[in-house]
Structures are given as structure tokens and as C-alpha cells.
Write a protein that binds this ligand. Structure first.
Ligand code: HEM
Length: 539
């Protein structure tokens, strides 16, 4: 017996629906009879603009692309959960750090930094490791990398770093952060990046897969307990599978054969039920302890030595579900360092403070307005109550009459309307009352001035084979730099780190003799220390 679903038999669209809910509609919900043939005047006549079905289909397609992230454009997102194993009420009042055994849903996005959305997975590059924890007290985003330090100390330098690392503006190549005059020019003029450069030139930046990487929050953050006491903290992700990398030769081959190698590895592992896990570790120390270090704990180019402050494991992240839709989840997710919950707080790290501005700012543009928290991937999984309203794509405007405060609705004089939410000094976020003083001044603290000690410590901590890989990586990279003065300046920095390494690289890139060490006077921070601006502080 024929039914209505067979009516299209012999018509233009031969792919018939099987059920009612199979019937294709426009975005307005109108059932569609044929979306494969534009309405025309006669079978060979001109197409009619009147065709709302065709125009809607093409209009929507024309607007499918949104700007890719200005950095970390190529990424891969996965759902999971975090389970707290060891409560830390002595350090933090955050619910996520106090309820042992509770599973907090998460979304993690791994990424490369410099490449665009279509770039290969095995580029030598830092990997982003960003996790959104959908806690009972709102979203906490730990937006970290697989390297524990960063290139620069102050966020104001970030546009320069990224301009130098991305393809040159005239020629549009190279795409990866490799073999690049602009990049090495910037680096060789930025001594603060030397510690990071040692990590970048190590095998860590060509990981075997996302599943074999560590992760780090990088900055020093604060934990604040119920009594309002603060401790500094560094966050670490330790992969249960351990740490593994490929070698450069393998990376090049994999990139050629399968540029999606890392995302495929993650998808396949999760699809097969082989869920990767990371332990969350914390290094906690107080301000008095922080004073003992020769470096500044607010300087993101420094690590806190684990021998002095051991990493304490407090919980485990399990990644156990692939996304339903790459665009809706992986592309539209918006991480931001300013998303913290009561019990976690910022420090005065000048890189962190700048990031707190930058992410929200870029997402306003990337995600088309201020309402991206309404998208399911960004929406908290706890109740959300506020008086924010309207704007592009507002989907959860507050209900009722009241959209302001203070208001007296619902106060018992017969005005029974819902009065809306009220701020709560007890449960609400209270900033740690860190004392702040000093003149407004553009100067880097002298406590940020040592750029070589930890670079050296990292290099000497590597095994001989790892050191060879680093020397090879530096030789490969610098041999592609055309300007000889940049090559020499880089070797001039390496001399501060390890003379053997400097010599090996100099030989590898054909320098007839070793250049001078880059003089300390070339260090912009030392220069600034002599600047009249700083004398205001000293007097
Ligand atoms: C994106 C990490 C420094 C600006 C990201 C992402 C990660 C990350 C993991 C990708 C997030 C995702 O998967 O969607 C870091 C780390 C830093 C650092 C660990 C240093 C410790 C900075 C600085 C700035 C900055 C200093 C700017 C001043 C951005 C921007 C995005 C981004 C604009 C794109 C965000 C988006 O479009 O949603 N960063 N970053 N980052 N980062 Fe950073």
C-alpha cells in the first residue's frame, strides 16, 4: 500500500523519507519537497530568485565559516570527567577541591599554537591543553600548555611573538614555527624566551600523541580557603600513559602521510574504549616560601623546582567521549583564564593578567557577540541567574518583569513578582585581598631578569640522546635562517646556557668561529633597570 512518503517517487528527489521525523525542512520548519533543483521558469529557463528553499540553503552555506582562533587554531576536543581523590580544604574552598569521589564533567581541547586550522598535527610546536571543568559553582577553565613555561613575561609582547611565529606577512610562509627568520630574529632579541626555547627544541614539542603529553597551568595561581587564607599554586597534568615523543624524522613522515595523526589517535582510542587519563597535581607554597627563590614566582618563564615543592596528586581526569559535532563543540568552545570559581584566584603574573583580558575580547568577535555562554558547550551545568540580557543571539534572557537591581519586588507588600537573583557575600566569589601599592609605571621588575639559569638547568637535566636531539633541532632550525647576524645572536645566547651546545650548533650551521656571548647590556630588562622610570621606584 502506498503512503505519503512514497509520493516523491518519480519526482526530482529520489531519496525518500522513511518516517515523519525524516522529512527535511527549512530552518523555518517548512517541509521541503525538493532541495536538489532550483526553481526555474521552464525546465531550461532562468533560475527564480523567488525560490526561498534554494536561497536559504545557499545563504546559510555562505556564512558557515567563522574566524579561526588567532592562535591555537588547530585543535581537537574531547569530553570527560574529573574525579577528586584527595580533598584540600586547607588550601581551597572550591567545591571541586573538597568533594572526594565526585565526578565533575569536563571538556578538553588539545591544540597546536602557530599553525592554521588545516595545518599538520606533527609540527614542532607547543601543544595547548585547555580544560573546562563544569563545576557546581560555575565553569573553571585551566587553559594550559604541554610546556611548563612561556616565551614572554608580559602579555603586551604576545602580538609580537605571534606575528613573528606565524607566516611572514609578505610571503605567507613558513606555516609552522620552524626555520623562520622572523621567529628567530624575535627570539634572539628576547632573552626571556631562552628557557622556553630549550623546551621547544626538546622532544616535548613533537609528542607521539596527545595521550602521551604532560600539561601545565604555567602561571602561579592562588588557592584561597574558607578562612580567606591564600597559598600560591602551580597546576600539573601527569599522563597515566607516560611521556612519549616521536623523533623529527618520524614527525616529517607522519605529517606527509597523515596530517590528522593526533586527532585520529584520540578519536580511535576513545572510540575503542581506551580512555586516556591524567592525574592532576598541585605544587602549593606560601608567599614566605616564594620569597626564598632566586627568581620571581610571578614570572611565567620559570618553573618551581619539584625537588623543593613536590607535586601532590589530588585527582584524575578521564577523557571518555568524542564530540557529537566538531564545529558545535571543538570550534565553538571558549576557554578563558578569567573563568575561575570561589577558592581559586589570580596572581599578579603580568602574563596571566593580560590573558584575562585577551580571551574574552577575541571570543566576542570569534563567536559573534556576547552570548556565547548560551551555547551548550560553553554553558555552565549549574544554575545561572543574572540580569544580563539581549545582544546578538540571546537565547536565555531572564524571565519576568525584573531586570535590574536593587529592586523591591517580592518584598511582601503585595508585589509578589519574582525579584530575581541577589549577590551573596557568603557563597559568592571574594577576591583575595592582596595588598597593592606603587606608582603607575612601565617597567619590568628586576626580579624577572635572570633568563639563563633555568634554561641551563633544563638542558643539563636531559639525557645525552635528548641533548643530541636538542642540538640537532637547533642546528636544523638555525640552518634555515638566512640572516647570519640572527644565527650568531642565537649562538651568543646558547653560550650562556651551555658552551658545548653552543659549539655543536655553531659547527652545524657553519660558523667559522664562536660569536661573543650576547652581552648583558643587550638585555632589555637590564637596560630598563637603568632607566629613569625605575629610579622612581628606588627613591
Ligand atoms: C588560545 C594557552 C598566553 C591569547 C589559547 C589556547 C591555549 C592557550 C591552550 C587554546 C584554547 C582552546 O583550545 O580553545 C596559553 C598559555 C599561555 C598563553 C598556556 C601562557 C602561559 C597567551 C597570551 C595571550 C593569549 C599572553 C594574549 C595576550 C590567546 C588567544 C587565544 C588563545 C587570543 C584564542 C582564544 C579563542 O579564540 O578562543 N591559549 N596562552 N595567550 N590564547 Fe593563549
Amino acid at each position: 500500500m502506498s503512503n505519503e512518503f512514497e509520493l516523491s517517487e518519480g519526482g526530482a528527489n529520489h531519496q525518500k523519507p522513511r518516517r515523519d521525523d525524516d522529512v527535511m525542512t527549512t530552518a523555518q520548519g517548512h517541509p521541503i519537497a525538493d532541495d536538489q533543483n532550483w526553481l526555474t521558469a521552464g525546465p531550461r529557463g532562468p533560475q527564480l530568485l523567488e525560490d526561498q528553499i534554494a536561497r536559504e540553503k545557499i545563504f546559510h552555506f555562505d556564512h558557515e565559516r567563522i574566524p579561526e582562533r588567532v592562535v591555537h587554531a588547530r585543535g581537537y576536543g574531547v569530553h570527560g570527567h574529573f574525579e577528586l581523590k584527595k580533598a584540600i580544604p586547607q588550601y581551597s574552598r572550591a567545591a571541586i577541591f573538597n568533594e572526594e569521589g565526585v565526578k565533575t564533567p569536563t571538556f578538553t581541547r588539545f591544540s597546536t599554537v602557530a599553525g592554521n586550522k588545516g595545518s599538520p598535527d606533527l609540527a614542532r610546536d607547543v601543544r595547548g591543553f585547555a580544560t573546562k571543568f563544569y563545576t557546581k559553582e560555575g565553569n573553571w577553565d585551566l587553559v594550559g600548555n604541554n610546556i611548563p613555561v612561556f616565551f614572554i613575561q608580559d602579555a603586551i609582547k604576545f602580538p609580537d611573538l605571534i606575528h613573528a611565529a606565524k607566516p611572514a606577512p609578505d610571503r605567507g610562509f613558513p606555516q609552522a614555527q620552524t626555520a623562520h627568520d622572523n621567529f628567530w630574529d624575535f627570539i634572539s632579541l628576547s632573552p626571556e624566551s631562552m628557557h622556553m626555547i630549550m623546551w621547544i627544541m626538546s622532544d616535548r614539542t613533537i609528542p607521539r600523541s596527545f595521550r602521551f603529553m604532560e600539561g601545565f597551568g604555567v602561571h602561579t595561581f592562588r588557592l584561597v580557603n574558607e578562612k580567606g587564607e591564600s597559598h600560591f599554586v602551580k597546576f600539573h597534568w601527569k599522563p597515566k600513559l607516560g611521556l612519549q615523543s616521536v623523533i623529527w624524522n618520524e614527525a616529517l613522515k607522519v605529517n606527509g602521510m597523515d596530517p590528522d595523526f593526533h586527532r585520529r589517535d584520540m578519536w580511535d582510542a576513545i572510540d575503542a574504549g581506551d580512555f586516556p587519563q591524567w592525574d592532576l597535581g598541585i605544587q602549593v607554597f606560601d608567599e614566605e616560601f616564594a620569597e626564598q627563590f632566586e627568581f620571581d614566582v610571578l614570572d611565567a618563564t620559570k618553573i618551581i623546582p619539584e625537588e623543593q615543592v613536590p607535586v601532590e596528586i589530588i585527582g584524575t581526569l578521564t577523557l571518555d567521549a568524542n564530540v557529537d559535532n566538531f564545529f558545535a563543540e571543538t570550534e565553538q568552545v571558549a576557554f578563558c583564564t578569567q573563568n575561575i570559581v570561589p577558592g581559586i584566584d589570580h596572581s599578579d603574573d603580568p602574563l596571566l593578567q593580560g590573558r584575562n583580558f585577551s580571551y574574552l575580547d577575541t571570543q566576542l568577535k570569534r563567536l559573534g557577540g556576547p552570548n556565547f555562554t548560551h551555547l551548550p558547550i560553553n554553558a555552565p551545568k549549574c544554575p545561572v541567574r543574572h540580569f544580563q540580557q539581549d545582544g546578538h543571539m540571546a537565547m536565555t534572557n531572564p524571565k519576568g518583569r525584573v531586570n535590574y537591581e536593587p529592586n523591591s519586588w517580592g518584598d511582601g507588600d503585595g508585589a509578589e513578582e519574582d525579584r530575581g537573583p541577589r549577590a551573596c557575600p557568603v557563597r559568592g566569589f571574594q577576591s583575595y585581598q592582596a595588598p597593592v601599592e606603587g606608582p603607575k609605571i612601565r617597567v619590568r621588575s628586576e626580579t624577572f631578569a635572570d633568563h639563563y639559569s633555568q634554561a641551563r638547568q633544563f638542558y643539563v637535566s636531559q639525557t645525552p640522546i635528548e641533548q643530541t636531539h636538542m642540538a640537532n633541532a637547533l642546528t636544523f632550525e638555525l640552518s634555515k635562517v638566512e640572516r647570519m647576524s640572527i644565527r650568531k645572536r642565537m649562538v651568543g645566547h646558547l653560550l650562556h646556557i651551555d658552551e658545548g651546545l653552543a659549539q655543536e650548533v655553531a659547527d652545524g650551521i657553519g660558523l667559522a668561529e664562536l660569536p661573543e656571548k650576547v652581552p648583558a647590556a643587550r638585555d632589555p630588562i637590564t637596560d630598563l633597570a637603568e632607566s629613569p622610570a625605575l629610579s622612581i621606584l628606588k627613591n
